[in-house]
Design a protein around this ligand. Structure first.
Ligand SMILES: Nc1ncnc2c1ncn2[C@@H]1O[C@H](COP(=O)(O)OP(=O)(O)OP(=O)(O)O)[C@@H](O)[C@H]1O
Length: 270
């Protein structure tokens, strides 16, 4: 059995039941998530896709216990999202790498371990391992500003993985990169995912990115945010640049695109 085969009879890594989230936005209530039921298998790579404002980031933040649901239950590896967060089961990476320029690359990666009180030698060894994983060995003493945007994003991924989280929550982590860098980091991310076995939930606006990376694409619809469709992506791994040019890839993309178009509101004329 490979890590990429969802194990149907195993406990889900993430389980949401009847999750709703309503924000009080001052001028009125925003119904960001409505009755979300979702199970994600251990080792899965699930992308959340949908029009702007459909609640992708909110759903990710509810899973990560950065936002409390208004109603419903979120379980992570059989315990509450809060307990999972406190046990440091999550790594998180966002669109902006969020590195600290006064710290070297190595010390940026070490930061979450330092916060956890991991001894210096162990921290250093782990940071070196992570630098190797994201192929940045040799840059440990550089400052973030001396690195390209893509390299900085790799540092952010290394930092998120440094304490070997069971779950990696990623909110458009490649959104600010040019296309070549983005495709390169997609391949890197798949390589890292396959070598670590981490369960990944990934927010993106890109259909081709979602199809290339994921075991499953979850399409959301707006106002209120709901799950409109769940599309398994059966393309074999390892996926390469050739995969993007296959008929199967095109079919998977078309299927996701059709689901996405069905949730987009018609353009108002006049
Ligand atoms: N802290 C907040 N307070 C009030 N409203 C919020 C808050 N966070 C999100 N919202 C609202 O909830 C809805 C869903 O937002 P969310 O950011 O989750 O959507 P999204 O699908 O990630 O959007 P995008 O693709 O544009 O990033 C939006 O209407 C947004 O304005």
């Amino acid at each position: 059995m490979t890590i990429n085969t969802p194990v149907t009879d195993a406990r889900p890594a993430i389980s949401l039941r009847n999750v709703t989230k309503t924000f009080d936005a001052g001028g009125g209530l925003v119904h960001a998530l409505d009755d979300i039921d979702l199970d994600i298998a251990p080792g899965a790579f699930v992308s959340l896709l949908g029009p702007s404002g459909c609640g992708k980031s909110t759903l990710l933040r509810v899973i990560g216990d950065l936002v409390k649901p208004t109603e419903g239950v979120v379980e992570v590896n059989g315990r509450s999202a809060e307990a999972a967060r406190k046990a440091r089961e999550y790594g998180m990476a966002f669109q902006a790498p969020g590195l600290m320029d006064w710290r070297t690359i190595r010390r940026n990666i070490e930061l979450p371990l330092q916060v956890q009180g991991v001894p210096r030698n162990e921290r250093r060894a782990r940071a070196e391992e992570m630098l190797e994983l994201v192929r940045l060995t040799g840059f440990e003493n550089h400052r973030p500003r001396q690195l390209s945007g893509g390299m900085q994003q790799r540092v952010a991924i290394a930092r998120a993985l440094a304490f070997q989280p069971k779950l990696l929550l990623m909110d458009e982590p490649l959104g600010a990169l040019d296309e070549m860098n983005r495709e390169y980091l997609q391949r890197e991310l798949l390589r890292i995912w396959r070598s670590t076995g981490t369960t990944i939930v990934f927010v993106t606006h890109s259909v081709s990115e979602a199809v290339f990376l994921s075991t499953e694409v979850v399409v959301m619809s707006p106002r209120p945010g709901r799950i409109a469709d769940r599309i398994p992506i059966d393309l074999p791994y390892p996926r390469t640049d050739e995969t993007r040019m296959t008929e199967e890839f095109y079919h998977a993309e078309s299927r996701v695109r059709t689901a996405l178009h069905s949730v987009l509101e018609p353009v108002q004329v006049g």
